[in-house]
Design a protein around this ligand. Sequence first.
Ligand code: FAD
Length: 494
Amino acid sequence: DAVIHWFKMDLRTTDNRALWEASEKAAQAGVPLICIYMVSPKDFEAHLTAPVRVDFMLRTLEVLKRDLAALHIPLYVETVEKRREVPERVLDFMQEWGASHLFANIEYEVDELRREAKMIRMCAGRGLTMEVFHDTCIVPPGALATGAGKQYAVYSPWYRSWVAHVHANPDLLSTFEQPTANLPEARDKVAALFDGEIPDVPHNKRLSEEDTKRFRAIWPAGEREAIDRLEKFCEEKVAQYTKRRNFPSDPATSNISVHLAAGTLSARMAVRTARDRNKTKKLDAGVEGIQTWISEVAWRDFYKHVLVNWPYICMNKPFKPEYSNIEWSYNAAHFDAWCTGRTGFPIVDAAMRQVRSMGWMHNRCRMIVASFLAKDLLVDWRMGEKFFMEHLIDGDFASNNGGWGFSASTGVDPQPYFRIFNPLLQSEKFDVDGDYIRKYVPELRDVKGKAVHDPYGRGAGPQARKAGYPEPIVVHKDSRERTLAAYKAGLDRD
Ligand code: FAD
């Protein structure tokens, strides 16, 4: 007999609810705890998982395997080619090992929820038990409702309710301990499972050698790294977060999104660690930087709640159906210029090159490039959403979809459609000295002063041209007019 924990996007031993529950169950029953992870190449395809993220997950699995081995718990990793076959394979594995209980944390995307529901039924059919737990959000989806009993579609009242809920249920921020080590007799039973290797991935999800080196140096894997990063941020930066978080050349944010996305860190631990640096236990009081940072982590919960309440957003539909009829431009040259960072708008190009070079982009820049794609180029925001998933190491469906919906004005609690970022003003305001632009756009490295924000408009054209930097592909004023008209026509058509 054995108890199984099935790892998915919860690749950590500390503060992992289902893993802890599985461990308790195994200890009570006096049977071994076995951990499994199913690599599904077709899942990577279907979810557009970025190669940099696949590499991060595989590296994380190696660390996790070592961390678990220290507790004498095996992590068995297997590749299952077709995603449809994953449930069957998990259940067969249970039967091979005589396990009657399967534990997992819930994933909220539509396909995953359906899969989980199906597996619970399949288990019941075979006399097995599957238990699933809310873990990834601090407040479980469905727990909050307006006075009228409706789901929130606006962040601010949702956030007030989220804070009140956590204050009323302080256990939501407690830790789940690491699993208990397997006992010697249990170890012998599962010894064979310790030997397996972490499998390789399909060719199209592999990084080049050069990218591998660079990304691995920027993003070390594993939960120890995640906790260290979080603690360092809380010690050195969180207090200044409100003032500094919007300037992309300033490394003032936590860079933990990669860990929250892979589950190497729990959101509970993130919020608890920040809160514990405050003089108060309240999430909305005390040091301003801490309050702001916690409210940012809460956005992640918010977008996951939205996903659960309105699952159609998983099906390529805008949250606001009235925005379904906009006639987007499918100008391939424009989209390509955006993807490759050659739009002639230095702040946009710097950001697009940052994501290619780091697998990560600063939040302010995510908003700038998203607005630019949807509202300057009038390209369908879903093409940008897809590109982000294909390149981000922290790609997360709910946050990405939410971010794109916000910027394109088609999502939940969005910017009004007539609010259109002016890329030049954004650049001058948030990259004041042009350091970020110069870092990622080497063609403009020698352009002095304010001309770096708009070389062709500010007398540095010949220099930029000589260095091979493109001229702007659109005129912001004109594209703004075009977009306003297209959005309005789309809404009128509704
Ligand atoms: P910090 O500023 O230190 O914030 C701490 C944590 O709070 C983040 O790690 C993240 O988990 C959460 N958070 C902060 N801002 C947001 C937000 N606006 N929405 C949701 N959660 C937030 N975030 C992702 O994790 N994955 C994505 O795929 C993703 N796509 C985005 C796409 C667009 C168009 C936009 C505008 C934003 C997107 N974000 C996404 C949100 C945000 O940009 C990143 O979470 C943040 O830049 C990560 O850096 P950090 O960890 O240093 O953040």
